[in-house]
Ligand binder design. Structure first.
Ligand code: NAI
Ligand code: MG
Length: 499
């Protein structure tokens, strides 16, 4: 499967149940963000590989075991996969950490929890029920069937590779589809390791394929491939827009989760110590590299100074360093372009006239070594119109914005192009419900932040996305509805008029 080339682990990708090199035989390096050095070689897939994978998937969809399999059996395979994930979750987490630098403390919990998506959608597989419709025509039986779409292409980012794969793969397979997965060029290794579990669980060859490579070389051909019926994407809004445009040419279905600039709103009646922790988890957890980052902290004027003081004091204690250590709280940034992007946004914010209350530079602490670390950064005096408040930084950079009252909090909260999530900290119930109603976001958390579950729909308003992931309803994103009409009439009536 993988061999060692020098000191680098050399991976293969998976097409039609075979571990293969890319058609070009080329590889690219994957880096360990803590050391800043390459550790693995990943096949550099291109349009030819995508074509092979899409054909293999289509073949698996139309012939062989998969289309004959009962929904209950599909469910059983998914639950078996869940068991294998549970068994191997620590090893998977280690690969994730090595490749994306997120904390082992978080990734080991995440890879263990990830099994739930496979259990849940495994359970749902044989509960996809059509309806008998009491149709308004005599002697007619009308019913609906929910059928899979066929080949689904999934394009995955680097921040939580296996979890974001699960959100797509589990419902797509439960619904009877087949898949071609394209992981991020920065974090392909964990998905390739995960494919060993797909194999072990017993999915027929071609049902799940992985083509690794760069966005334009492997991602674009996947979106454009005529055999691909749907694209499920998580990543940046600009790439999402490009994919949507390309998918439109083939009239393909899309679902997209595209990041945000989420407001985390603290009212003066909040339990302050909890709200401080909520603000921290919103922006410094995962080094801020999360689509749901609470990157705009809206603080009510009356408590602004006192709150910022407590927040800075807490953030100052954050331990940086080796993401494998259970002590570490803020790890490195996943890739070098992202590291440079974060630092450039820090410069932009400073040029816009913000006040640096904490950090505001790359981290040079000895425990950070040669890794790509950015100091936890808190800017005050931020105006919502500034670029630092409008654009997704995807790093440990917090913009603090004061507000007067509920009305202003809602206005500022909604005054961005995104709408993925929002946090509200208050003890006032009326206020909690009001904010939950008025904030334009796919998820609103009150007195908590950064909670997700396989049971609850997740996705964005506005430029934060299309469609939802998780929960029962969303399986429909991987199904199409067929209406079947059966006449029991003895005679066909007047053929010249519509029935
Ligand atoms: P990206 O959105 O460009 O990449 C995500 C995935 O799309 C990767 O697998 C990539 O190879 C693929 N891709 C890129 N261009 C493509 C194309 N033209 N056609 C098909 N596939 C394509 O994100 P990137 O460059 O890794 O990060 C840039 C920014 O995106 C970050 O700074 C952050 O702001 C945001 N981001 C948001 C995420 C989220 O969870 N919403 C996750 C990762 C990044
Ligand atoms: Mg890497």
């Amino acid at each position: 499967m993988d061999t060692t080339a020098g000191t680098l682990v050399k991976y293969k990708m998976v097409i039609d149940g075979e571990w293969v090199d890319s058609a070009s035989s080329q590889h690219f390096e994957s880096f360990d963000p803590f050391t800043g050095k390459p550790w693995a070689l990943i096949p550099r897939g291109n349009a030819e590989d995508v074509d092979r994978a899409a054909r293999a998937a289509r073949k698996a969809f139309t012939s062989g075991e998969w289309p004959k399999m009962t929904a209950s059996r599909r469910g059983a395979l998914l639950r078996k996969l869940g068991d294998l994930i549970t068994e191997k979750s620590k090893a998977l987490a280690e690969i994730e950490v090595r490749d994306n630098g997120k904390l082992y403390a978080e990734m080991s919990a995440q890879t263990a929890y990830m099994a739930q998506w496979y259990y849940y959608y495994g359970g749902l597989a044989d509960k996809i029920e059509g309806q008998v419709i009491p149709i308004d025509k005599p002697d007619t039986f009308n019913y609906t069937r929910f059928e899979p779409l066929g080949v689904v292409g999934a394009i995955i980012p680097w921040n939580s590779p296996l979890l974001l794969t699960a959100w797509k793969l589990a419902p797509a397979l439960a619904a009877g589809n087949v898949m071609v997965l394209k992981p991020s060029e920065y974090t392909s290794a964990s998905l390739l390791e995960f494919m060993k579990l797909i194999e072990e669980a017993g999915f027929p060859p071609g049902v799940v394929n992985v083509v690794t490579g760069f966005g334009p070389e492997a991602g674009t051909p996947l979106v454009e491939h005529p055999l691909v019926a749907k694209i499920a994407f998580t990543g940046s809004d600009l790439t999402g827009q490009k994919i949507y445009e390309a998918a439109a040419k083939g009239l393909k279905k899309v679902s997209m989760e595209l990041g945000g600039k989420s407001p985390n709103i603290v009212f003066d009646d909040a339990e302050i110590d909890n709200a401080v922790k909520g603000a921290i988890s919103g922006i410094f957890a995962a080094t801020g590299q999360t689509c749901i980052a609470g990157s705009r902290l809206l603080v009510q004027e009356s408590i602004h100074d006192q709150f910022v003081e407590k927040l800075v004091a807490f953030a100052k204690t954050a331990k940086m360093g080796n993401p494998m250590s259970m002590e570490t709280q803020v790890g490195p940034v996943t890739n070098q372009p992202q590291y440079k992007k974060i630092l450039s946004y820090i410069d932009i914010a400073k040029a816009e006239g913000v006040t640096t209350a904490l950090g505001g530079a790359k981290a040079t602490r000895p425990e950070c070594g040669d890794g790509w670390f950015v100091e936890p950064t808190i800017f005050t005096g931020v105006k919502n119109s500034m670029r630092i408040a409008q654009e997704e930084v995807f790093g440990p950079v917090l913009s603090v914005i004061p507000f007067k009252d509920e009305e202003e909090a809602i206005a500022i909260g909604n005054d961005v192009v995104f709408g993925l999530a929002a946090g509200v900290w208050t003890q006032n119930m009326r206020r909690a419900f009001l904010m939950a109603e008025k904030l334009q976001a796919g998820t609103v958390w009150v007195n908590t932040y950064r909670a997700v579950s396989y049971l609850s729909p997740f996705g964005g308003y506005k430029r934060s996305g299309l469609g939802r992931e998780s929960g029962q309803e969303m399986i429909k994103e991987y199904l199409q509805t067929k209406s079947v009409w059966i006449s029991t009439a003895r005679e066909v009536p007047n053929p010249f008029i519509m029935r």
